[in-house]
Design a protein around this ligand. Structure first.
Ligand SMILES: [Zn+2]
Length: 351
């Protein structure tokens, strides 16, 4: 994708591990249209690469943007996408597909789709539309929205700060009860499979069935946390927009991973939780860029005292205590105190 993106933006792309024909394909798609015939077993190279296509946009009033000979036409008059000569190399050949509603929404928000990428997903032709929008971030009003990406298991914490005060503060997390239940059900089934295997039942239908059940539970954990990640990212960006706040993201994924390891969670569950955490951060950043929310990444420690910088001790119930100065706060609130402290130093140094 990076490669095709670069090629689209007129950079010369020479990647040593792909055959020459594809390099040409990336460079000048149209001359190689003949090799883009679907319907038969796809060519092997095609399964591994995505080809950028120019996009012509025809708007509701009939005005146009883009290359008139582009193979992808987004027609907003009929809300259809036309693929010209992509699926068969015949002059005038085109297929029509329904315009996804999100494209219309992005357009209403001032976005534009300048290019598309075509490739294979699950062995089927797949068209990816890339929406772009150029927005100047607004001037922050003095509000700061701090998002602390904690252990995804405990959720994330966010706080709204103004004039050195924490106005609202909350931790949000995926349904940990459900995740725990699903997780233990998965483990239980994996153990059973192991036991049956040592007894010599490896290939039996019963083993397959239990394996299937374990897999279904694992996918559900993934889905639940993924949905929560998207929901939270959009909720937080809306909040930042409402207050015209500066978005400060504490992205300590390494510490999170360590914390999860210390809890003794198995590696594949950690991998699942971490990938959704990264997805959340990515989604947060993408939405912030799209809506012009100014944001920055800052390290906001949760184990160092924001008053005297002494190491904090964790007590029961994830309460952090400073043995040096007596500072005491819930672990997820410590980063908010750090955000206030950093903001203070910043406004003082600007005088
Ligand atoms: Zn202290």
């Amino acid at each position: 994708m990076t490669l095709t993106n670069l090629a689209y933006h007129d950079f010369e792309v020479w990647e040593p591990n792909i055959p020459k024909t594809i390099q040409h394909q990336l460079y000048e798609f149209k001359n190689y249209m003949g090799s883009l015939v679907f319907g038969i077993t796809p060519k092997r190279w095609f399964a591994r690469t995505w080809v950028p296509l120019k996009v012509l946009r025809i708007y509701g009033d009939g005005s146009m943007k883009g290359d008139k000979s582009a193979p992808v036409v987004l027609d907003f008059r009929d809300n259809v996408i036309r693929l010209r000569q992509v699926c068969r190399n015949e002059p005038g050949y085109s297929i029509e597909i329904q315009m996804p509603s999100w494209v219309v929404e992005r357009l209403k928000e001032g976005g534009d789709i300048k290019f598309a990428m075509i490739g294979l997903r699950n062995n089927k032709p797949y068209l990816v539309l890339v929406a772009e929008r150029v927005v100047e971030p607004y001037q922050p009003s003095g509000y700061i929205l701090v998002v602390d990406v904690n252990s995804w298991r405990y959720g994330i914490a966010w706080g709204l700060i103004k004039n050195d005060k924490l106005i609202t503060w909350r931790t949000e997390k995926p349904d940990t009860f459900l995740i725990n239940t699903l997780y233990h059900q998965t483990i239980e089934r994996e153990r059973k499979v192991g036991k049956l295997k040592t007894l010599g039942y490896s290939g039996s239908a019963r083993v397959d069935e239990i394996k299937e059940q374990a897999y279904a539970r694992k996918s559900k954990i993934y889905r639940v946390t993924k949905d929560k990640a998207y929901f939270l990212a959009s909720k937080l960006v809306k909040k930042a927009l409402k207050y015209k706040a500066l978005l400060v993201i504490d992205d300590m994924t390494e510490e999170t991973r360590r914390e999860l390891l210390e809890e003794g969670l198995p590696r594949d569950i950690i991998k699942l939780l971490m990938s959704n955490l990264k997805r959340f951060i990515h989604q947060l950043e993408t939405l912030a860029q799209w809506y012009g929310v100014p944001y920055e990444f800052k390290r906001l420690p949760s184990t160092i005292c924001p008053v005297c910088q002494h190491e904090l001790t964790q007590e029961e119930g994830r309460v952090m205590i400073c043995e040096n100065c007596g500072f005491k706060a819930p672990r997820d609130k410590v980063p908010m105190h750090w955000a206030i402290k950093i903001e203070n130093t910043r406004s003082q140094s600007s005088y």
